[in-house]
Design a protein around this ligand. Structure first.
Ligand SMILES: Nc1ncnc2c1ncn2[C@@H]1O[C@H](COP(=O)(O)OP(=O)(O)OP(=O)(O)O)[C@@H](O)[C@H]1O
Ligand SMILES: [Mg+2]
Length: 282
């Protein structure tokens, strides 16, 4: 049995043992000991993703380029890294108050900013299984989807794509049925624990649906450490923001709020980021 599969079985057995369903010793397969060389090997074995700069540009992904606009995503990247380190957390979901706030675009940009940090490993999962879009934004057409991987029908290493040495993507070309139930299932919990054990990412980022659009995001919050909330400038009212933020903070840690698509006319203003840019709070 391959290491990830053993790790999933181990996570499952340990969960059942905690509940007293089985004895841990009886049911858990031997823990895979993953050496540093094996971690590097596991990352290297993931198929490599190539990006088309024209597709990226069309989809407002600019973080692969040098320049001032990319620098704003670098700032967000570094704040996320520092915040994760400061709080001792690793799994962060990206959600929004309303649809179309720019979650997937922000995540695509930030992930490419992380790709420029070679010693920091980031995993990005499109868990907006109802309306996946990260694949399209990054110009990818994966044959399989994360639903199949989570259900154990497709092997992780046959689906996950690696960009450079240190960023991996779990994408979807099509919507996944029963997304809410799948995301909050114990299968998904075991999967995340096993992936962490084998690949040892520094950070895991999850693209999610808008918080109020369905219960997918709320159901998944139990498995993650914090959320980054994306707010579309001039579309979200203060009241909507306060209501969503309060509800989220009752359920998890809000690691930051990004004010996206800010229509600041003067880019020389230190507090404003033009090009429909964003501000970051917290
Ligand atoms: N900073 C920005 N400035 C201008 N337009 C942006 C910005 N970020 C995203 N957009 C545009 O807003 C639209 C929605 O972006 P995106 O798909 O990333 O949002 P989303 O929150 O993931 O949407 P959904 O709720 O459907 O998942 C896209 O057309 C995208 O190009
Ligand atoms: Mg999206």
């Amino acid at each position: 049995m391959e290491k990830l599969q053993i790790a999933i079985e181990k996570a499952r057995a340990s969960r059942l043992a905690q509940r007293g369903v089985t004895s841990h010793e009886d049911s858990a397969p031997e823990a895979p000991v993953v050496t540093l060389a094996e971690q590097v090997g596991a990352w290297a074995a993931l198929p490599e993703m190539t990006l088309d700069p024209k597709v990226l540009e069309k989809n407002r992904v600019i973080s692969n380029l040098q320049g001032q606009h990319a620098a704003y995503y670098d700032i967000l990247r570094t704040r996320l890294r520092d915040e994760a380190k400061r709080r001792g957390i690793r799994r962060i979901a990206i959600t929004s108050t309303r649809p179309q706030a720019g979650k997937s675009t922000t995540l695509a940009n930030v992930s490419l900013a992380f790709a420029r940090m070679p010693h920091y490993r980031t995993m990005v999962f499109d868990f907006d299984l109802r309306r996946p879009s990260l694949a399209r934004i990054l110009g990818q057409t994966p044959e399989h989807n994360m639903g199949e991987v989570l259900r154990g029908e497709v092997r992780f290493e046959d689906h996950i794509l690696r960009y450079g040495a240190n960023v991996a993507y779990g994408l979807n070309s099509v919507a996944v049925p029963n997304s809410s139930e799948l995301l909050q299932s114990e299968q998904t919990h075991d999967f995340l624990n096993a992936v962490e054990e084998i690949y040892q990412p520094d950070l895991m980022l999850f693209d999610m649906p808008p918080f109020l659009a369905a219960d997918d995001t709320q159901g998944f919050l139990g498995f993650i450490d914090g959320v980054l909330l994306i707010v579309e400038a001039e579309k979200t009212t203060r009241h909507q923001l306060d209501a969503v933020e309060q509800k989220l903070s009752e359920l998890t840690t809000v690691v930051g709020v990004v004010l996206n698509k800010c229509p600041f006319p003067d880019e020389s203003d230190a507090g404003s980021y033009g090009y429909g840019g964003y501000g970051y709070g917290y």
